[in-house]
Write a protein that binds this ligand. Structure first.
Ligand SMILES: CC(=O)SCCNC(=O)CCNC(=O)[C@H](O)C(C)(C)COP(=O)(O)OP(=O)(O)OC[C@H]1O[C@@H](n2cnc3c(N)ncnc32)[C@H](O)[C@@H]1OP(=O)(O)O
Ligand SMILES: CC(C)C(=O)C(=O)O
Ligand SMILES: [Mg+2]
Length: 514
């Protein structure tokens, strides 16, 4: 039985997190997040599902080649094709894990897989045996575990451990579990399965009832699991997965109770949260635990009084321990490269070359000319824009003239590059953003449908930059474009063009031009 008090943190932001509709990420975006996860000292990074698409395969391969300190993992169905594809994508990794799964609940076996329990048992065994040819580090998940029959689970899990599975991950696939039952099920499985001590037990919880973190902790405390699967900001299928920042800070803040250690550098949490939010366009709600803007803010007099006398009166964690920096240096138009580079470093942004730093610094100066104070979110937005521009420059914003007068139809004129050729187009609409999008579409004719439009103030005050997310859908493909600017109509134009660039990049991958 595994009684070690070291808990493995397995991050699946890039796989289950990406299964959130609209959270699809490009290879470069995934690579940036993977590097941040490595900086945060995540033990295992599930980088994707190699058999899902050529793009996902390439993302996993790039991460496997670039990340050295974390184990890199790919998900695969329980079949030879998926497993071979996962192994190929993981080949450059220093430490690689293949994670194979098959559903074990009566509902999934009968209605979805259309297989008998005996067929599922055999397929699970074959999959683990085949995966062992490529690595010794094999994870197996009985999908929909929390709605599966316990006797059947015992047979399947004993068989896959005998075949060489080294991690048994127990998923609450549909977020149906409640803590005591979930923890006790894992405890009984570990007691009943004769070779259970040959594997590390893991939990993978979904948040459909808001219980993902509680269930994960019960799986650890009651069940004896020693790996938690989680995502940054709790991103994930439907209502999301166990939030990394919450589960890690619960273990750390209540260390005397849990008596477990994790390897996470918690000071990287806020940078990771902001990066994931910025890349996916999924804003973090202000009252979100640990990483929400209000998580360490105090508005009421009695609380403020208490905080001024002793912070512990109303704070159970220190803001700086999770990476909220008390900025001593205010960045503005008079700041120099060194202060800018230092802030990039604090935000966990590693730009590859001096040329990239210089390009970002120039954009920073341009922005600082228009805005009195530059906040961390501004820097993250401008670095992201710079990287998006490098990824694909098919469409590039140049300028916008827009007129909206009460009672008159708004009008916009947009100039942008399409494949290096300057286009100028005009449009009208119900509002200035509508007019801008119509103007762009009159020239781009993408045929995409706008399925989400959101505007967030990047910092506080009316001089704040607006960050706009536009989600476009076309032919079953969904992409997010993000644009930032002190003028929210310009930010909207940039976001729309950035989404068009992503659609264009996907078209190129499917049908590459010579
Ligand atoms: C709980 C989870 O999060 S599971 C992971 C979910 N993530 C994803 O599905 C994202 C990636 N998926 C994909 O890109 C695609 O679904 C692919 C490439 C994997 C498969 O695509 P397709 O071949 O077109 O199959 P499709 O998705 O329509 O159906 C899934 C098939 O896999 C089968 N299947 C589902 N799970 C498993 C499994 N664990 N092992 C083996 N077969 C499985 C289904 O029964 C179905 O088989 P059928 O085609 O004979 O009916
Ligand atoms: C693939 C498995 C582990 C999964 O994501 C789930 O069951 O939720
Ligand atoms: Mg899941």
């Amino acid at each position: 039985m595994n009684t070690s008090n070291r808990l493995i943190i397995f991050d699946t932001t890039l796989r289950d997190g990406e299964q959130s509709p609209g959270a699809s990420m490009t290879r470069e975006e995934k690579l940036r997040i993977a590097k941040q996860l490595e900086r945060m000292k995540v033990d295992v990074i599930e980088a994707g599902f190699a058999a899902a698409s050529q793009g996902d395969f390439e993302s996993i391969r790039a991460i496997a080649g670039a990340v050295r300190e974390s184990t890199i993992c790919s998900l695969s169905r329980a079949n030879d094709r998926d497993i071979a594809r996962a192994a190929e994508a993981l080949a450059p990794a220093e430490r690689k894990r293949i994670h194979t799964f098959i559903a074990t609940s009566p509902l999934h076996m009968q209605m979805k897989l259309r297989m008998t329990p005996e067929q599922v048992l055999t397929q699970a065994q074959n999959a683990v045996r085949y995966a062992r040819q490529f690595t010794d580090d094999i994870e197996f998940s009985p999908e929909d575990g929390s709605r599966s029959d316990e006797d059947f689970l015992c047979r399947v899990l004993e068989a896959v451990i005998a075949e060489g599975a080294t991690t048994i991950n127990f998923p609450d696939t549909v977020g149906y579990a409640v803590p005591e039952i979930f923890g006790n099920t894992i405890k009984r499985l570990r007691e009943r399965i004769p070779n259970s001590d040959k594997a590390i037990w893991s939990v993978h919880c979904h948040n459909d009832l808001g219980l993902a973190v509680a269930n994960s902790l019960a799986g650890v405390m009651i069940g004896g699991a020693r790996q938690i699967e989680c995502t940054v900001n709790g991103l994930g299928e439907r209502a999301g997965n166990t939030a990394l920042e919450e589960v890690v800070m619960a273990l750390r803040t209540r260390a005397a109770y849990y008596n477990l250690t994790v390897g996470i550098d918690t000071t990287q949490i806020v940078a990771a949260s902001k990066m994931v939010s910025q890349i996916t366009g999924f804003a973090v709600q202000p009252n979100k635990a640990v990483v929400g803007a209000n998580a360490f803010a105090h508005a009421s007099g009695i609380h403020q009084d208490g905080i001024l006398k002793a912070r512990e009166t109303y704070e159970i964690m220190r803001a700086e321990d999770v990476g909220w920096t008390a900025n001593k240096i205010v960045l503005g138009k008079l700041s120099g490269r060194n202060a800018f580079k230092q802030r990039l470093h604090e935000l966990g942004i590693a730009l590859e070359s001096e040329a990239e730093v210089n390009a970002a610094f120039l954009r920073f100066k341009e922005l600082a000319d228009r805005k009195s104070e530059i906040f961390d979110e501004d820097i993250m937005a401008l670095v992201s824009e710079e990287q998006q521009a490098q990824e694909s420059e098919h469409y590039r914003f140049i300028s916008l003239t827009q007129q909206s007068t009460t009672g008159a139809v708004p009008h916009a004129r947009v100039e942008f590059l399409v494949g290096g050729v300057q286009r100028s187009c005009e449009g009208q609409g119900d509002g200035p953003v509508d007019a801008t999008v119509n103007a762009i579409e009159s020239a781009a004719a993408s045929g995409a449908e706008l399925v989400l439009f959101s505007v967030n103030a990047i910092s506080t005050g009316t001089q704040s930059q607006g960050e706009v997310t536009m989600r476009l859908s076309r032919d079953g493909r969904i992409v997010n474009g993000v644009g930032a600017d002190p003028d929210i109509i310009v930010a909207s134009a940039k976001a729309y063009l950035s989404a068009l660039n992503k659609l264009h990049a996907k078209d190129e991958r499917i049908d590459p031009q010579p």
